[in-house]
Ligand binder design. Structure first.
Ligand code: NAD
Ligand code: TYD
Length: 361
């Protein structure tokens, strides 16, 4: 299954440090949900990699996500904002490749205030791209984008899927800001010939997800005996992918993807929110009386569905850890077993956000 650049007649995409067998990967946003899982995944599966985790620790960045690897000599954390051009220029001189996933990531927050979304997801991406462009060392740049750049599919046509050729039509301020970063990455490849690859992934689930996103929000509410706030009619569809499958896809594209190309990443695991909610309720031993139907999200995308045949065909990647009910059950169990982690998260800034979004309760 594994194909490498050399066998395909290309130079390896990820450079090594001069005079060393090691590669230093600069990961932005490594203290967030996907970032922390990715940093851990790389250290576990790539003994030849060092990881430099650059994160400004916004409300969703949490170093407690990484306590088990703090002492690893191949890992270093630097607290810095990706919009800080001077800091990024310095850090690029230590990096052989960049995986950029720092972002403002929550659609509902982008509806309340899109300012930090534009600043981090567009302007921050531009700062990073310029830092790589001017760097004497940094090579390949991978932009972690999202399937939300494609907008929404109708519920009626069950066969429709987003391909890499689907026109970009983002609907939320979050999606629009991610599209801005995505298009900047495309333009820097086209204009400057930079070695840039992009992944567009569907909804992730797994450990350490900030409990404002639907799965950890619903599970932790139920553990606390609270109802789960389901938006609108609950028929919106998402394609759920386990975060470890996403991490493997990012590594596959980083190491073997073709420069300038976009790769869709999906779980082939479509569920509507009502099905998702009942699956969670079943795993938690609760019933439909725990659902509270609340006002729909403005502009709520109806359906996301990914055609991931390009990454499967070119790079041999397929999801192997996303199948339900097992993957969902393991995730629910993780939140049950890690109440201390999310308990601390929920007492902070998160409480104030919750009250603004759903009202006091
Ligand atoms: P997250 O909110 O859990 O983590 C984001 C991280 O970025 C945090 O650690 C935060 O501190 C950091 N960050 C934010 N602004 C920063 C700045 N200006 N400078 C430095 N660090 C900053 O998000 P996530 O769910 O882990 O998503 C990670 C990436 O994956 C994002 O780019 C997101 O758009 C993309 N993505 C997420 C999903 C998903 O389902 N979660 C799906 C597809 C793509
Ligand atoms: P979310 O986890 O915010 O991810 P995204 O909006 O990026 O897909 O939401 C997933 C789905 O769950 C989405 O259709 C909105 C819905 N949802 C609810 O019904 N209630 C909630 O409280 C939240 C946060 C989301």
């Amino acid at each position: 299954m594994e194909r490498d650049g050399a066998r395909m007649g290309r130079a390896p995409a990820v450079r090594k440090e001069k005079g060393s067998a090691m590669t230093t990967l600069l990961v932005t946003g490594g203290a967030g949900f996907i970032g922390a899982n990715f940093v851990r995944f790389v250290l576990r599966h790539r003994p030849g990699y060092r990881v430099l985790n650059v994160d400004s620790l916004t409300y969703s960045g949490n170093l407690e996500n990484l306590t088990d690897i703090e002492g690893d000599p191949r890992y270093r954390f630097v607290k810095a904002d990706i919009r800080d051009a001077g800091a990024m220029a310095t850090l690029m001189e230590e990096a052989d490749a960049v995986v950029h996933m720092a972002a403002e990531s929550h659609v509902d927050r982008s509806i309340m205030d899109s300012t930090p979304f534009v600043q981090t997801n567009i302007a921050g991406t531009q700062v990073l791209l310029d830092a790589v462009r001017k760097s004497s060392r940094a090579g390949r740049f991978l932009y972690v984008s999202t399937d939300e750049v494609y907008g929404s599919l109708p519920l009626e046509d069950k066969t429709a899927r987003f391909t890499e050729e689907t026109p970009l039509a983002p609907n939320s301020p979050y999606a629009a800001s991610k599209t801005g970063g995505d298009l900047l990455a495309r333009a820097y490849h086209h204009t400057f010939g930079m070695d840039i690859v992009t992944t567009r992934c569907s909804n992730n689930f797994g450990p350490y997800q900030f409990p404002e996103k639907v799965i950890p929000l619903f599970v932790t509410n139920l553990i606390e005996g609270r109802k789960v706030p389901l938006y609108g009619d609950g028929l919106n569809v998402r394609d759920w992918l386990h975060v470890d499958d996403h991490c493997e896809a990012i590594l596959a594209v980083l190491e073997r993807g073709r420069a300038g190309e976009v790769y869709n990443v999906g779980g082939n695991n479509e569920r509507n929110n009502l099905e998702l909610t009942h699956a969670i309720l079943g795993l938690m031993g609760r019933g439909g009386e725990m659902i509270e139907y609340v006002t729909d999200r403005p502009g709520h995308d109806r359906r996301y569905a990914i055609d991931a045949s390009k990454i499967a065909g070119e790079l041999g990647w397929r999801p192997t850890r996303s199948a339900w009910p097992d993957a969902l059950r393991d995730t629910v169990e993780w939140y049950k077993a890690n109440a201390a982690w999310w308990g601390r998260v929920r007492t902070g800034e998160y409480r104030r956000y919750y009250e603004r979004q759903y009202g006091p309760g």
